[in-house]
Design a protein around this ligand. Structure first.
Ligand code: SAH
Ligand code: SF4
Length: 364
């Protein structure tokens, strides 16, 4: 079996080259070829000795996930569907804004955490993406869009808000983050790379220690009773523990606030009393709020809060001094709303079993 070099960050690549008897700077060269020049084979790497290229061809490969489909919305939003085998696909979305370009990428095929309002969660869990499949999403988007005429990167921000729970695929996500941040990779700023989690507390601590990037936490409720209903993981890590983990994260975070995501579900979590309870809940955590109008999907059983309720909710938070954004729905014509990426998931696991594995897996 050939080794897929797309699975390595610089450290892993350097180790791999050392094992091959090659110098460390070769790893940097190959990294730049793969991620900055978009090279798909070793013969393109013209500044490597022919003998090394030959050796790489024998032993290694660059396996980029195959593109199943790409779409562009009338508002400039773009979407790619990548083939991750056996009938499964994962989605990646690019959202252009005046001052930045954000790529929303997936970390798993499906998700085992079963948040009740999430179409990915409803589809069940198939498997973790490899580091190559995670970084492959940025590879494709970067290839499609390249740099601006001023030689600036079109993709300035990455958010891990596609399919899956990034913290449940910790090692592969960290490797991919490392490539995103590396100057020989995509050279993104730590402050502009965001991991979004539904609240896996031990992994939040680990991420802070090994790869502190910006953090978004899917809060969605102002008390445990409501959160237990819509984010089942809350039964394992209730709000008090989650708030404490957010505080610990901020000690080493590249930004001095946590972004709390809050999906607006009609009649469930969107009342004025919830907004007031929320203010009390987060009082010791420097934060901003991102209110996400619920994106409906068939048989979800939920409805989007009215614009009026969202406005009242936002005003209460703002009057208490919080920065609040209400997420605009983008790419509606290509179903590209964040948190709504459906992809194609063949659920081959018994959910209950997988759910338990995840909980056991995170105790260590
Ligand atoms: N698993 C991670 C990241 C992926 S989901 C997490 O849960 O944070 C990205 C965001 O979209 C999360 O805040 C998620 O709760 C939200 N989301 C999921 N389904 C949604 C829907 N139908 N409408 C609006 N937001 C949704
Ligand atoms: Fe998984 Fe996030 Fe969806 Fe919850 S909201 S099911 S954690 S992808």
């Amino acid at each position: 079996m050939k080794t897929n070099l797309l699975n390595y960050d610089l450290q892993g690549l350097t180790r791999h080259f050392a094992d091959m008897g090659e110098k460390p700077f070769r790893a940097k060269q190959v990294m730049r070829w793969m991620h900055q020049s978009g090279a798909q084979n070793f013969d393109e790497m013209t500044d490597l000795a022919k003998s090394l290229r030959h050796k790489l061809n024998e032993q290694a490969s660059i396996e980029i996930p195959k593109l199943m489909m790409s779409q562009e919305s009338s508002d400039g939003t773009r979407k790619w569907l990548l083939d991750v085998g056996t009938g499964n696909g994962v989605e990646t979305v690019f959202i252009p804004e005046s001052d930045r370009g954000t790529l929303c990428i997936s970390s798993q095929v499906g998700c085992a955490l079963e948040c009740t309002f999430c179409s990915t969660g409803r589809q069940g869990f198939n498997r973790n993406l490899t580091a190559a499949e995670i970084i492959g999403q940025l590879w494709w988007a970067n290839k499609a869009m390249g740099v601006t005429p001023k030689n600036e990167r079109v993709i300035s921000n990455v958010v891990m808000m596609g399919m899956g729970e990034p913290m449940a695929n910790f090692d592969n996500v960290v490797t991919a983050l490392s490539i995103m941040l590396d100057d020989h990779g995509y050279g993104l700023s730590r402050r502009r790379v965001t991991v979004s989690t539904s609240g896996m507390v031990p992994q939040m601590d680990r991420l802070r220690d090994v790869m502190p990037v910006a953090l978004a936490v899917s809060l969605h409720a102002s008390n445990d009773e409501v959160r237990n209903q819509i984010v089942p993981l809350n039964k394992k890590y209730p709000l008090k523990e989650l708030m404490a983990a957010c505080q610990r994260y901020l000690v080493k975070a590249p930004r001095d606030f946590i972004t709390f995501e809050y999906v607006m579900l009609d009649g469930i979590n969107d009342k004025a009393q919830h907004a007031r309870e929320l203010i009390e809940l987060v009082k010791d955590v420097p934060c901003k709020f991102n209110l996400i109008p619920f994106n409906p999907f068939p048989n979800s059983g939920y409805e989007r809060s009215s614009n009026e309720n969202i406005r009242v909710f936002r005003d209460i938070l703002q009057q208490a001094g919080f920065v609040v954004t209400v997420r605009k729905t983008r790419g509606d014509d290509i179903d590209a709303a964040c948190g709504q990426l459906a992809g194609q998931v063949q659920d081959k696991t018994r959910r209950q079993q997988k759910w338990q594995q995840i909980l056991i897996g995170q105790q260590g």
